[in-house]
Design a protein around this ligand. Structure first.
Ligand code: HEM
Length: 527
């Protein structure tokens, strides 16, 4: 009894008079104990990496916010080897066998990072985390992007590309154009043509200075996402009220796209219901989704899922392709040697510069293909860590709490694990002089078949495994159409403001130039 009393009477003297300091001390003690646990006692303690990355996520977050995550991770691989702990619960690796195991064999679920890519406050294929839920969604759209189905949309792709050439001719090299915007509008037209089945005319509007609100919304969406994830909901509602039209437009980008797609969904459903749509082999993706039934429920795909899926493809397909193209042409503007070889091949293959050949012919042009592959190696649009989560069991017999073996390290369930294209594509043992843009490394010779196969295994510009880019065939087609048509018709010149510094790569899942623009002049060639 005495002792209890003395404890009670003693306790106030244990608590510092200032409660703020008391709670700060508790927080500090907790953080220190956590840091000690993370550093010395966590199951990930034996994995190489800087100590400051192991104790908290703060360090890697600063690099994410500085838009330098890929380069930072790459330096870590150089310093610590192919497996690195980058945060208390995050491990990155650079290894082909582990990559196959995680993305293709075990098909780990995605990390919650992907929720930041949700559209219309709803999931689409890319943001669906779990494997089963994703498989159901992917089934709805996958056939749209098969090579044979895309062949049906070649006329639209060619039309859009000819419009691109005409637009550049109108400018006539007299002034430079921002390629990020130019190719975004081009890709919006292509994607809308194949997914909705009509011409948006975004590029023709842009070239005469008329805004296309849909293209603006697509470009605003990622910026909105970054802001949206950084502030709490109540603060988001407040900052969206800042009285500025351009600001409102950015805040509303998700809504603008949602309304655009929503209207088309209801319109097309009405046409389908009234039997106005005849039988046709050429079916836009929207119609495919409207006819799709989820296998788990045998119910039609709900409209809000269709809207989000359509929006997801607009976002996934436009800035990725346009940013890659901008970097491809920037490279051509400063590498006369490459442009000369490319134009020599194109001049022969495309005698009439305005007659864009069939895609099957472009696929057979060795230098064009080598150029695109090298472009996707160095300027792959999404070279960031593709995060997955170690599940509670990776064994076939369903044993629980089994650690996953990653190159000799046991990763417990819940660990976030990833590889990044940036580093796979810059592995010097596979790609000699990895930072040099060298299309010739991809050209077949009598002796390099093994080397080419190895290089192909390390190439993941479109991701890999069950979550590989759904639109990669469309992207591959459009990269070839646009490079062939533009390089056949124009020489590319970079004005002084477009230089190493302005084009330095920043990454926020997708890459973009530090200056947020890529101005280039396209001078018509003397044919
Ligand atoms: C150069 C252009 C492109 C690049 C570099 C690229 C890259 C990628 C990557 C790396 C992923 C995988 C993300 C992950 O595993 O976490 C992905 C997913 C996806 N991409 Fe692309 N992409 C491009 C163009 C396109 C186009 C043109 C479309 C369609 C119009 C598209 C639609 C998609 C979709 C739907 C997904 C999600 C796939 C799924 O989970 O089912 N992409 N893309």
């Amino acid at each position: 009894m005495d002792s209890t009393l003395s404890l009670v009477s003693l306790s106030p003297s244990w608590i510092p008079h200032n409660t703020g300091i008391f709670f700060l001390s508790i927080a500090f003690l907790y953080a220190s104990l956590r840091a000690i646990y993370n550093l010395f006692f966590s199951p990930l303690s034996s994995i190489p990496g800087p100590w400051y990355a192991a104790i908290s996520s703060f360090w890697i977050t600063t690099h994410v916010l500085r838009l330098q995550q890929c380069k930072t991770n790459h330096r870590l691989f150089e310093d610590y080897g192919p497996v690195v702990r980058v945060a208390p619960n995050k491990v990155i690796f650079k290894d082909v066998a582990s990559m196959r195991s995680i993305y293709s064999v075990h098909k780990f679920d995605k990390s919650t990072f992907y929720k930041s890519l949700m559209t219309n406050e709803n999931d689409h294929a890319m943001s669906t985390l779990d494997h089963a839920g994703h498989a159901m969604r992917r089934k709805g759209y996958a056939t749209h992007y098969t090579p044979s189905n895309l062949t049906l949309f070649q006329p639209e792709a060619v039309d859009c590309t000819l419009e691109l050439v005409t637009a550049l001719e109108q400018v006539g090299g007299k002034q430079s154009v921002d390629c990020l915007a130019l190719f975004r509008h081009y890709m919006v037209d292509v994607i809308i043509a194949s997914s909705h089945g009509y011409r948006q005319g975004a590029l023709s509007k842009w070239i005469v200075g008329v805004e296309d609100p849909l293209s603006t919304a697509i470009s605003d969406f990622p910026k909105r996402g970054v802001l949206r994830s950084a502030v709490p909901t109540w603060a988001w509602d407040l900052i969206c009220r800042i009285p500025n039209n351009r600001w409102h437009q950015m805040c509303d980008s998700d809504k603008i796209m949602g309304e655009f797609v929503g209207e088309r969904v209801y319109e097309r459903r009405a046409q389908m219901n009234s039997g106005k749509l005849g039988e046709s082999e050429k079916v836009p993706m929207l119609q495919r989704l409207l006819e799709h039934k989820y296998t788990s429920t045998d119910q039609p795909m709900p409209d809000h899922d269709i809207i989000s899926e359509m929006m997801g493809h607009m976002i996934a397909g436009s800035d990725t392709t346009s940013n890659s193209l901008s970097y491809f042409f920037w490279e051509l503007s400063r590498r006369a040697d490459i442009m000369t070889k490319l134009q020599a091949e194109l001049d022969q293959a495309i005698p009439d510069p305005r007659a864009i050949p069939d895609f099957s012919l472009l696929q057979r042009l060795p230098y064009l293909n080598a150029f695109v592959k090298e472009g996707l190696r160095i300027y792959s649009a999404a070279p960031s860590p593709l995060e997955r989560v170690v599940p509670s069991s990776t064994s076939r017999n369903g044993a629980l709490d089994e650690a996953f073996d990653l190159m000799g390290y046991a990763l417990p369930p819940g660990t976030i694990v990833s590889t990044q294209g940036w580093s796979m594509h810059r592995d010097a043992s596979i790609f000699p002089s990895p930072d040099t843009f060298l299309p010739d490394r991809w050209l077949e010779t009598f002796t390099n078949a093994d080397q080419l196969m190895k290089m192909a295994q390390y190439m993941i510009p479109f991701g890999t495994g069950s979550r590989v880019c759904g639109g990669q065939n469309l992207a591959q087609m459009m990269l070839r159409f646009s490079v062939a048509a533009v390089a056949r018709n124009f020489n590319v010149v970079a004005p002084p403001e477009t230089n190493e510094r302005s084009m330095e790569i920043r990454d926020s899942f997708v890459i973009f130039p530090a200056s947020m623009e890529c101005k280039l002049a396209f001078h018509p060639r003397n044919q």
